[in-house]
Design a protein. Structure first.
Length: 243
C-alpha cells in the first residue's frame, strides 16, 4: 500500500513539472518557452508614407500619396534576445497627378526597392508578448516611368508628340529604426504590429526621355538635378517563423 501511494505521488509531481508555470504570458512549450534560436524568416506588409525630397524642387508628398510595401527578411536568432538578418522589399508607389512629374492624362508608375541588413533586440523572448527594437542600414532603388502626350516645337510651329520617360534613382539608406512586438503563438511562430522609420538619400539618377511626333523621334538627356535627403515611415504587420 505504501509503495502504491509513493508511486501516485511521484506521478503527480511529474505531471506538475510538465504543466505551465502559470506566469502571465508564458509560452506552453517546454523549457525553451520563447522563440527558438537558429534560422528565422519573416514577412512584413503595411503602408509607407514619405517625407522630404527626391531632389531639389520635388517633394515626396507632392508626387506620391504613399506605397504598399511587401518586405521579406531572413536571418539567424543568435540567442533568444538577438536576431541578425538581411531584408528585401518591393513596394508599388501610389503616384499623384502632379504637373512636374505626372501631368493629368499621363500613365505613370513607380516601384520602390529596398535591401539591407538589420538587427533586432527582443526584450522578453520568454513571454508571449515580446517587444523588440531593430536597427539597420541598406540601399534604396526607385524605378519610375511616365508616358503621355504633349505639344513640342517643330520648326516654326508646335505639333503633338508622345513622351516616354524612364528614371532610376539610387541611394543609401543611412539608418532604419524599427519598434514592434511579437505575439508568440508558440516557439515557432509569432506575429504583431511594427513601426519603421528610415532616413536616406538618392545619390544617382539615370534614365531616358524619348519624344515621338508624326515626323520624327528624338532622345533627350536626363536633366541635371540636385539630390537631397528623405525619410520613410512604415506601419504594418510582421509575421516570423523560427525553424
Amino acid at each position: 500500500m505504501a509503495a502504491a501511494c509513493s508511486a501516485v505521488g511521484v506521478a503527480a509531481e511529474a505531471r506538475a513539472a510538465d504543466e505551465p508555470s502559470g506566469e502571465p504570458g508564458a509560452l506552453e512549450s517546454g523549457p525553451a518557452r520563447g522563440a527558438r534560436t537558429g534560422l528565422q524568416a519573416g514577412v512584413r506588409v503595411g503602408y509607407t508614407y514619405g517625407f522630404g525630397v527626391v531632389y531639389q524642387g520635388l517633394n515626396l508628398s507632392d508626387a506620391s500619396s504613399g506605397a504598399l510595401p511587401i518586405l521579406v527578411d531572413v536571418g539567424w536568432r543568435v540567442v533568444p534576445e538577438l536576431y541578425l538578418g538581411v531584408y528585401g522589399q518591393y513596394a508599388p508607389v501610389f503616384l499623384k497627378t502632379y504637373a512636374a512629374t505626372c501631368p493629368s492624362g499621363w500613365s505613370c508608375a513607380a516601384q520602390d526597392y529596398r535591401l539591407g541588413v538589420e538587427g533586432d533586440y527582443h526584450f522578453l523572448p520568454q513571454l508571449r508578448f515580446d517587444p523588440y527594437l531593430g536597427l539597420g542600414v541598406g540601399y534604396e532603388i526607385l524605378h519610375s516611368s511616365f508616358d503621355g502626350t504633349t505639344i513640342v516645337p517643330q520648326g516654326t510651329t508646335y505639333v503633338p508628340a508622345t513622351v516616354v520617360e524612364h528614371f532610376t534613382d539610387r541611394g543609401w539608406e543611412f539608418a532604419s529604426l524599427t519598434a514592434g512586438f511579437d505575439w508568440r503563438f508558440n516557439e515557432n511562430f509569432g506575429a504583431g504590429p511594427f513601426l519603421l522609420g528610415t532616413v536616406g538619400e538618392y545619390h544617382t539618377q539615370s534614365g531616358a526621355i524619348t519624344i515621338r511626333s508624326a515626323t520624327q523621334q528624338q532622345a533627350e538627356p536626363v536633366p541635371a538635378i540636385q539630390l537631397a535627403a528623405h525619410a520613410l515611415v512604415f506601419v504594418g504587420i510582421r509575421g516570423t517563423f523560427n525553424l
